[in-house]
Write a protein that binds this ligand. Sequence first.
Ligand code: AMP
Length: 186
Amino acid sequence: MGRRLLLLGPPGAGKGTQAKRLATALGIPHVSTGDMLRLAVSEGTELGRKVEAIMAAGELVPDDLMIAVVEDRLARSDAQCGYLLDGFPRTAAQADALAGDAIDGVVLLEVSDAEIVSRLIRRAEQEGRTDDTEDVIRRRLEVYREQTAPLIGLYQERGMLHEVDGVGSVEEVLARVVVALAGEPA
Ligand code: AMP
């Protein structure tokens, strides 16, 4: 099974939940750009101050900033034998920046829009994320469709895409992801 993996899918598809479990199972680091940015905001770092308003509005952090953050993270020693990227790439420019690194597989978690909105509203109640209000959710979905969904075709053309039904229990979906990736060369 390839060890440089990407998880793609709309906000609310369950990427974070699945990525954590899959990364643990494979013994590779879970690299979530959303988690890294939220940490920077909560710590009040320079990066956090730059991205706070952008995230609260559901917009994307500029590519140059995001690419630098991910390059730094992937240069660390724990990522040298593989990683699971969650939330990156989100734009064509970000996908280009990764192209030098041989990606082994891409998993697309598929979930309908109606299911996404209800999941995100539930998550807002449970986790209190400031970008989970209804207007911002709608904007994040729009941004996903415009900027990130086109990457699906790109990875499909490269023969790397595994489409997985993201509706079901956490265990059911994880099992589907593992089966989908099992077809990857070692
Ligand atoms: P996530 O937790 O992946 O949904 O990310 C939360 C927010 O962080 C997004 O709505 C963006 O504002 C920002 N973000 C995370 N990853 C990226 C990325 N690869 N490019 C641009 N913005 C990002």
